[in-house]
Write a protein that binds this ligand. Structure first.
Ligand SMILES: Nc1ncnc2c1ncn2[C@@H]1O[C@H](COP(=O)(O)OP(=O)(O)OC[C@H]2O[C@@H]([n+]3cccc(C(=O)O)c3)[C@H](O)[C@@H]2O)[C@@H](O)[C@H]1O
Ligand SMILES: Nc1ncnc2c1ncn2[C@@H]1O[C@H](COP(=O)(O)OP(=O)(O)OP(=O)(O)O)[C@@H](O)[C@H]1O
Ligand SMILES: [Mg+2]
Length: 250
């Protein structure tokens, strides 16, 4: 594990140097993936790294695992409460659509969830730009493969150090980096609505997706779920489609 952590630390340093940036910023949720990135950027840039805690519907101090994560890593952090901004924006969007069109109740939960992820992304980019830092993503291999992220929300970042790691490898790295045990033990959750857990929503466990990505044989039903998610989210792993070049003479 030490070798891989050293390798990622040096990789972060070189990517940020190549970009002529000064350091690195990450959104800190209190979950496992961001906790690992917190520790990696602190190693790579001890004096030029930053965590941003951005609750919606909670106070910053109530994001206990997030605060514990940054404090234990001794990472400089900002707490930016997005509750008011989110509620105002969501109310304005809904009000406007209700006045002029049709508000679709069935799409409300997911639409609101993705708006939260994109508000966090916009906030993080604004903060990072102030310091001339790059935004570091927290996506891991099972999330990337299944498209389990908000397009241009938490899926938007300048560099993605955990992309090749299974959830199990992220957890092992977290233990090596001495991430708080309370964070390591939390069930993975996007926390975009009450009671949400990744595995309930995905319909398959991380253990199973990890095994599939390692090339092991898994239950056919689970394989179908994973491949279905992969296919449906293909557009998230590519640049937006553009039409073919205009033919010469047009
Ligand atoms: N074929 C296609 N080609 C090009 N674009 C296409 C498309 N199909 C949909 N789209 C576009 O993509 C949008 C749907 O994608 P997207 O906006 O991402 O939304 P969607 O994939 O529907 O939802 C995001 C999922 O990620 C989960 N999530 C989000 C954030 C954080 C975490 C976490 O683990 O912390 C998890 C969330 O719970 C939910 O299950 C559509 O509204 C449409 O604009
Ligand atoms: N309240 C929050 N404050 C700051 N950033 C957040 C917050 N919630 C989510 N994020 C950002 O969105 C990312 C995606 O969330 P995701 O749940 O996939 O990862 P995680 O919470 O770090 O780990 P886990 O998947 O184990 O819950 C987080 O890693 C973090 O960068
Ligand atoms: Mg989470």
């Amino acid at each position: 594990m030490k070798e891989y952590v050293d390798y990622l630390t040096e990789w972060l340093q070189s990517k940020i140097k190549d970009a002529n940036a000064k350091g690195a910023a990450v959104g800190v949720s209190g979950g496992l993936d961001s906790a690992v990135v917190v520790n990696l950027i602190k190693r790579a840039f001890p004096d030029n790294s930053l965590g941003v805690i951005m609750p919606v519907g909670q106070e910053v101090e109530d994001q206990k695992e997030a605060v514990e994560t940054v404090k234990k890593a001794n990472l400089f952090y900002l707490g930016i409460n997005l509750t008011e901004s989110y509620e105002k924006l969501f109310k304005d969007i809904k009000g406007n659509i209700e006045s002029h069109g049709e508000w679709v109740e069935d799409n409300e939960q997911l639409g609101g969830a993705n708006l939260k992820a994109r508000l966090r992304m916009s906030t993080l980019y604004a903060v990072a730009a102030n310091y001339n830092y790059l935004v570091i993503g927290t996506g891991n291999a099972p999330e990337t493969y299944t498209g389990y992220f908000t397009k241009f929300g938490d899926g938007a970042a300048d560099i993605e150090p955990l992309s090749h790691l299974t959830k199990q490898q992220v957890r092992e790295m977290a233990r090596y980096l001495e991430v708080p045990e309370s964070v390591i033990e939390r069930p993975p959750s996007a926390e975009l609505w009450e009671g949400q857990t990744d595995e309930d929503e995905l319909g398959v466990t991380y253990e199973t997706i990890d095994a599939y990505l390692r090339g092991e044989t898994i239950d056919e039903k689970d394989e179908q779920i994973i491949e279905g998610l992969h296919e449906k989210s293909k557009h998230k792993r590519h640049m937006p489609a553009v039409p073919p070049e205009v033919p010469k003479g047009e």
